[in-house]
Design a binder for this molecule. Structure first.
Ligand SMILES: Cc1cc2nc3c(=O)[nH]c(=O)nc-3n(C[C@H](O)[C@H](O)[C@H](O)COP(=O)(O)O)c2cc1C
Ligand code: SF4
Ligand code: SF4
Length: 262
């Protein structure tokens, strides 16, 4: 059984590829009511993008809310629990955050992998999408990386194999809490005069935080900072304060394109 979260499609592609390879069902966390979950399958996987050297809150909240019956079933069957995260460059100690979160439910995180994918973060000075060459290279490299992880899960070759980067503990312990507190201000989202009211930003939001008003999109307060609305606008009309006006956009090319090697 696989649970995943994805804003732009990087993690969805990894989840889909692994699910097909190991023969497990996959569920998108924003669409899965934790209370209604019944465990099935031979392993339990969590997949998500790295956010500021940490874990998207929606993933932690989901695990906290899983019913006791679900957890007992996982424990009774001695089910291996594993995770795969995608990141632009580095994970920090985010896997330890998941380990701690699972430990609170008395579950042990047996294995942990990261896959480097094109970067989606653009909301701070100095952060932008990758160049087309880097993006292509990362996507190509991901094919082998994801295949290798799926093989290890199939064989039960549990390990911790991560791109942690420098000062992982410090980044996760110090920068992630700052991101959680100050990382997103929903009031900063707005649309520019280039908006044609096509509604693509509305459809792209995984938590339905955007509605289409008569003048253009309206953002609510439940933003996960996934940046799907920003990257999916065909007219670069979604803006976050002034920081995004000169930033690039990333669109996941599609699973088929990746498998055809782009
Ligand atoms: C809010 C936010 C914070 C991010 N922080 C990091 C980070 O700390 N380290 C990193 O390597 N990538 C970071 N990224 C990049 C994403 O982890 C990466 O692009 C991921 O593959 C996106 O997955 P998705 O397409 O499934 O949303 C961040 C992206 C976002 C939107
Ligand atoms: S995707 Fe862009 S053009 Fe379409 S409604 Fe949203 S802001 Fe406007
Ligand atoms: S409003 Fe935009 S950034 Fe926030 S959760 Fe929705 S798509 Fe993601």
């Amino acid at each position: 059984m696989i649970y995943y979260f994805s804003g732009l499609g990087n993690t969805k592609y990894v989840a889909q590829t692994i699910a097909e390879s190991i023969g497990e069902e996959k569920y998108f966390i924003p669409d899965a009511d934790p209370i209604e979950q019944i465990f099935s399958g031979s392993s339990l996987g969590f997949l998500f993008p790295i956010y500021s050297w940490g874990i998207p809150e929606i993933v932690m909240e989901f695990i906290h809310a899983l019913p006791e019956d679900f957890i007992q079933e996982v424990k009774n069957r001695n089910t291996p629990v594993w995770m795969v995260c995608t990141c632009g460059d580095e994970t920090g100690n985010a896997p330890e955050m998941l380990k701690d979160c699972l430990a609170k439910r008395e579950l042990e995180l047996k294995a942990s992998w990261s896959v480097i994918m094109p970067n989606t973060y653009v909301l701070l000075p100095g952060f932008d999408v990758d160049s087309p060459e880097v993006e292509k290279q990362k996507l190509e490299n991901s094919i082998i990386a994801v295949k290798a992880i799926a093989e290890k899960i199939k064989k039960g070759a549990w390990e911790w194999n991560l791109h942690r980067g420098s000062f992982p503990g410090l980044r996760t312990k110090v920068i992630y809490p700052l991101f959680k507190r100050w990382g997103i201000s929903t009031k900063k989202w707005h649309f520019s005069p280039a908006c044609v009211k096509c509604g693509k930003c509305v459809k792209s939001c995984p938590v339905k935080n955007i509605s289409l008003g008569s003048a253009g999109p309206i953002w609510g307060d439940n933003c996960l900072s996934c940046l799907a609305c920003y990257h999916n606008c065909p007219y670069h009309a979604v803006e976050y304060g002034k920081i995004t006006c000169k930033k690039g956009q990333y669109l996941f090319p599609g699973v088929d394109a990746i498998r055809r090697k782009l």
